[in-house]
Design a protein around this ligand. Structure first.
Ligand code: PLP
Length: 362
């Protein structure tokens, strides 16, 4: 059975992207691969707003999230936590044996730059993890304001997860002074999962050179050495790099600015629909994500039943809430290739399915 995903990752993948993945294999040390690898660099650097190389990791984003800590944190990392993914990062740091500080905000609240400063001035930190768009709660933090604070602490290497915001709005890595900027293939890039993309500042690479226990698979210096030859350290997921090449063509053809405008418009359309139905946005509206809407289930509808109807009758799937928010919130992605038409069709289906869905008694 086939259905279309409106969950916040993985999301729907176009026929064009899927077709790109079916090309015959090439050797990863061949000149054909070098040409493929080098062909994606200019468009990637433009989207990352960086002069630094963009590395391709055959892993999900968590590989690079964990690897970044191994590469840049020798003393102590400050983990900014305001949802499931950012909370998990503290756990990952601890599993690596890193000393880690927890800067916690309520779920649905953004990361507060003043609180970041108040913690960093205490000293002892040499790294910070920030998630730009906390996908579990649909909350977007003010990255420029956070980075303005982090730049006051030159010893603190910034690791910024833009997994669900990359290519939804401009994220200016060099301008903001982000040391490690990372994303994944299955969110707004609208590719299948399995490829992580990241760019590392010279400052972070210099730090990595001082750390002996970087491991191999995510060693930033191995990525740089191989990048210099147009390659990756180990055999990469070549079909996804073909998909990436195809997707970057799409983004260039549409224009990045148009892409950002489209995401903002479609996000607003879905938000207006939900608010008009009587739902509330889970985060404060000013901090609502542009990539998805996370609505509080203020009408107390039977979300599993709603999703069952959506899937069976309309061939669509939305998300019924992440982790401890299951049943209490629902999330609808507007990432990737959506258009006014596909969002209008989604809303029509949602209206129809909602009319058939029971309200749960309190
Ligand atoms: C999806 C997501 C991740 C995890 O990505 P994986 O590909 O599962 O490793 C991390 N951070 C954010 C913000 C996400 O949305």
């Amino acid at each position: 059975m086939s259905y279309k995903l409106f969950i916040p990752g993985p999301i729907a993948v176009s026929e064009k992207t899927l077709r790109a993945m079916t090309r015959p294999m090439i050797g990863h040390r061949s000149t054909d691969f070098v040409a493929l690898y080098q062909s994606v660099q200019p468009a990637l650097q433009a989207l990352f707003y960086t002069q630094d190389p963009v590395y391709l990791s055959t892993s999900s984003a968590w590989g690079v999230m964990e690897g970044a800590l191994r590469n840049v944190c020798a003393k102590k990392v400050l983990c900014c936590m305001n949802g499931a993914f950012s909370d998990k990062w503290l756990d990952v740091a601890q599993r690596l044996g890193k000393s880690a500080g927890a800067l916690k905000f309520d779920w649905g609240q953004p990361v507060d730059p003043a609180a970041v400063r108040a913690e960093l001035v205490k000293g002892g930190y040499d790294a910070i993890t920030v998630i730009h768009n906390e996908t579990s709660t649909g909350t977007m933090s003010d990255l420029p304001a956070i980075m303005a604070v982090v730049r006051e602490f030159p010893d603190v290497i910034s690791i910024v997860d833009t997994v669900s915001s990359f290519s939804v709005l401009p994220i200016e890595k060099d301008e903001l002074g982000i040391d490690v900027l990372l994303t994944g293939s299955q969110k707004a890039l609208a590719m299948p999962p399995g490829l992580a993309l990241f760019s590392v500042s010279a400052h972070a690479r210099a730090r990595a050179a001082t750390l002996p226990d970087r491991g191999y698979y995510f060693d930033f210096l191995e990525f740089q050495r191989n990048h210099d030859n147009g390659m990756t350290p180990s055999t990469p997921v070549i079909p996804l790099i073909y998909a990436l090449q195809s997707k970057l063509e799409d983004i260039t053809a549409e224009g990045a600015e148009q892409r950002y405008t489209r995401h903002a418009r479609l996000n607003r359309t879905v938000r207006d629909w939900g608010l008009a139905k009587g739902f509330k946005l889970f985060p404060a509206e000013a901090h609502g994500s542009l990539a998805l809407n996370c609505f509080a289930n203020t009408l107390n509808i039977d979300l599993p039943a709603l999703n069952k109807i959506l899937k069976a009758k309309h061939g669509l799937v939305i998300d019924g809430g992440y982790g401890k928010l299951r049943g209490k919130t629902f999330r609808i992605s507007n990432m990737g290739d959506e258009t006014d038409e596909t969002i209008a069709a989604l809303i029509k289906a949602l209206d129809s399915a909602l009319a058939e869905t029971q309200v749960l008694s309190a």
